[in-house]
Write a protein that binds this ligand. Structure first.
Ligand SMILES: [Zn+2]
Length: 285
């Protein structure tokens, strides 16, 4: 097969290139002066008019093949980069989370667990997907839940996995745009292998909004694809809600998502403490 491809690849008749040091070998076939391999080969064509015919045809020498392979490799690489860029663009990930990866994850005592859950989820994604298993990151504001979810998104995107990361606030805004076809939009949310919805509980609590929230979660459930959610609500708040409209939402979520608690002081508190410490040092020195 390679030989045939070679022949086709080199259909243009070859002339010896003196600058390249090309020469003819003992069998009278043209060779490359650089790599010393043949630029021509003899092919025996099937019998025609009662006699076999030998014909000399051009082929690629080793350095030409290498050059072709390199061109193809570069082309494939560019293709892949373009695909990744497309994937990223359609992932809807916010600019501030674009660079969130597990390598850049700043581990502290508090967020160690988030990191290890994210790492395991990414590494076992095929299984997670098969089991329709998602995650629910819950806990107080600013403990890195969204960042962790974004790390999962970016890691999977880098592995050419389709991911969408958005929020219910944005979903509701989108649905209410006059030009949006709601069922089209909903199926778009069901398309990616992983859907991440940030900040459950910050959307308005109108009948309408809650209906949509339920529909998004439930339709994801029906297509049997995993969902990751983040929320500032506590597990207790979710489990004990007396509101039937919320209850059916949370019940679905608990069915699909493994709860992971984000603990520790928020980034804001840590930042405030850091500022306090450095100010104290300055003032009392
Ligand atoms: Zn050559």
């Amino acid at each position: 097969m390679d030989e045939i491809e070679n022949i086709i690849g080199g259909m243009i008749p070859k002339r010896p290139d003196p600058e390249n040091g090309d020469f003819y070998d003992k069998e009278g076939l043209l060779c490359c002066g650089k790599c010393k391999t043949r630029k021509e080969t003899k092919v025996t064509f099937p019998e025609m008019f009662g006699r076999e015919r030998d014909k000399v045809v051009p082929v690629m020498c080793e350095c030409q093949k290498k050059e072709r392979d390199e061109t193809e490799r570069r082309f494939r690489q560019e293709e892949e980069m373009r695909r990744l860029e497309d994937l990223r663009r359609s992932s809807l990930i916010e600019e501030k989370f674009r660079k969130a990866t597990l390598d850049r994850f700043q581990k502290t005592e508090d967020n160690q667990k988030l990191y290890s859950v994210a790492r395991k989820y990414v590494d076992n994604f095929e299984q997670m997907e098969k089991d329709n298993q998602g995650l629910l990151f819950y806990g107080v504001v600013g403990t890195g839940k969204s960042y962790t979810a974004a790390c999962i998104a970016n890691e999977l995107l880098n592995r050419q996995t389709t991911v969408i990361m958005t929020s219910f606030v944005k979903i509701l805004q989108e649905i209410q745009q006059p030009q949006t076809d709601e069922s089209d939009f909903m199926s778009k949310l069901n398309y990616p292998r992983l859907l991440i919805i940030d900040d459950l509980g910050t959307e308005r609590n109108t009948e309408y909004a809650l209906e949509k929230v339920y529909n998004v979660i439930d339709s994801r459930y029906r297509v049997r694809k995993p969902l990751i959610l983040t929320t500032n609500l506590s597990l207790q708040e979710m489990q004990d809600t007396p509101d039937i409209r919320y209850k059916r939402i949370y019940d679905r979520i608990f069915e699909m998502c493994y709860p992971v608690r984000a603990t520790g002081r928020s980034w804001r508190e840590q930042e405030a403490a850091r500022r306090y410490d450095s100010m104290k040092k300055l003032m009392e020195e």
